[in-house]
Design a protein around this ligand. Structure first.
Ligand code: GLU
Length: 478
């Protein structure tokens, strides 16, 4: 029996979690959950100048928010830790020594300036820019001389002509020729391991058997396979999924709008909707439906169906899904999710937790696209937020409208105790004024709510209560 998959998500904490990376995490997570395997989180924080602890913290927070729980990783030590690369430096050191002993790497003393000059010359002579091996054949004395001058070397891996092949689960057979690749750095002059080196050691030692990541890593995979060979490790199975693109088919970036998980959270996108949407992108499900629960996504996930071409990010579709998830929330749950947004708009806890408030949420929830939308939709229920929009004012300027509202308001004022007061007042107004349809409803909606659209008016009336309604209409009674 094939061993259970062990997959990993290996972000570098150098920025906020991007939807593209979140999708990679989701694919790995779904793969692990579908096959009953393990999902490992590894923090690739060896680039000290760009990594920040705050990004790590928001990364954990975003993954938890998305519901992508890890089986091993920081704060969840397993048998293969530590799970932060910055805590594994001794391991990389001993592995470097192995390659030095096997004469598969060499110290390189070239400065940034020298490397840049070489690059420019190659470009000018229309050749592939790569390291041409200047330090590869230095004699022991030449090396000693450079050390004496105080030069700190980086370490480069020696490339020999060879064909590198691997079977990608999404892309099929992939082939690379090593002669187009220069000897590459595996340990920097500051002693820190380079990505390709650390990732191979970690994936091997952590027993990772499936590496699922974006297609932007395809050429890295060729380098990594050479390192697997050098160490005598067996490479994992690779699957390189397509990237998320903007509408212009360029890689999705900030200039396309919101791209970080944090931004979507602030907009009031539900994690369920975002996960559902990211799963659908470049569809990887056997199921053709679009609204899928977490369990259905796990059950239907297969890498075989993951598309090879880039998936276009469609914010409208995300909003459409979000509205569905909001509508399907139980009211109590929705109130809890809305609370931070409501508090930000100045609503007090006592109001948010009241029974009347639940009735308001029940009324408006089908109109919400995002949680942040809430204030616009509920302000009409609060006297201190009651205000006529320009559209509403325009409607109320007409004489016929004034007559309708006046008739309605007077009826209310004289029959406050009547059952089904709203329906009765409407009937009375219709008969008295002869107005019907929009001519009847619109002025009343405008006067009662200050707006020209909103939830059904009879329900609004009940939630508002007769007193509030009358207060708003007083002006017309006079
Ligand atoms: N730290 C790398 C990145 O964030 C990981 C790539 C990989 O999955 O190997 O791109």
């Amino acid at each position: 029996m094939a061993p259970k998959p062990r997959v990993r998500f290996a972000p570098s904490p150098t920025g906020e979690l991007h939807v593209g990376n979140a999708r990679t995490a989701l694919f790995n997570w779904m793969y692990a959950r579908h096959h009953g395997g393990s999902f490992i989180l590894r923090i690739e924080d060896t680039d000290e100048s760009r990594s920040a602890l705050s990004y790590q913290i928001s990364l954990f927070d975003d993954l938890k928010w998305l519901g992508l729980d890890w089986d091993e990783g920081p704060n969840k030590e397993g048998a293969y830790g530590p799970y932060r690369q910055s805590e594994r430096l001794d391991i990389y050191k001993s592995h470097l020594q192995k390659l030095i002993d096997a004469d598969l790497v060499y110290p390189c003393y070239c400065t940034e300036e020298e490397l840049e000059e070489e690059r420019q010359n190659l470009i000018l002579s229309k050749r592939m820019p790569r390291y041409m091996g200047k330090c590869r054949n230095l004699s022991p004395d030449e090396r000693k001389q450079r050390e004496k001058e105080g030069k700190k070397p980086s370490y480069r891996f020696k490339i020999y002509p060879q064909t590198i092949e691997f079977k990608d689960l999404i892309r099929g057979l992939m082939k690379f020729e090593a002669d187009a690749i220069g000897d590459f750095i595996i340990v920097r002059s500051n002693g820190m391991p380079a990505y390709n080196f650390a990732v191979v050691i970690d994936d091997h030692l952590m027993n990772i058997n499936h590496v699922i990541r974006g297609e932007d890593h395809l050429s890295n995979t060729a380098l990594q396979i050479m390192l697997y060979r050098a160490f005598g490790f067996e490479p994992p199975t690779f699957a390189h999924h397509s990237l998320i693109l903007g509408k212009d088919r360029a890689k999705l970036s900030k200039r396309h709008g919101s791209v970080s998980i944090g931004e979507f959270r602030k907009q009031g996108i539900l994690p369920e909707a975002l996960v559902n949407y990211l799963g659908l992108l470049g569809s990887s499900f056997t199921d053709a439906r679009e609204v899928l629960s977490r369990e259905e996504m796990i059950a239907g996930f297969t890498l075989k169906r993951a598309s090879r071409s880039g998936a276009i990010f469609d914010e409208e579709k995300l909003l459409w899904l979000n509205a569905i998830y909001i509508r399907n929330c139980k009211t109590e749950d929705l109130v809890a999710r809305l609370t931070p947004f409501l508090e930000q708009s100045g609503f007090k806890k006592e109001i948010i937790n009241s029974e009347g408030f639940k009735r308001i949420i029940d009324l408006v929830k089908t109109d919400l696209t995002t949680l942040a939308d809430i204030e616009n939709h509920i302000s009409l229920f609060f006297d201190d937020k009651y205000e006529l929009t320009d559209e509403a004012k325009k409607i109320l300027e007409k004489d016929t409208a004034q007559n309708v509202v006046r008739t309605f308001a007077r009826y209310l004022a004289h029959n406050t105790e009547q059952q089904n007061l709203y329906a009765a007042a409407m009937k009375h107004t219709k008969e008295k004024t002869g107005a019907k349809g929009k001519e009847l409803f619109m002025p009343i909606r405008a006067a009662l709510t200050g707006k020209t659209h909103g939830p059904e008016l009879d329900k609004v009336f009940i939630v508002l209560g007769t007193n509030s309604a009358l207060k708003r209409l007083e002006f017309f009674i006079r």
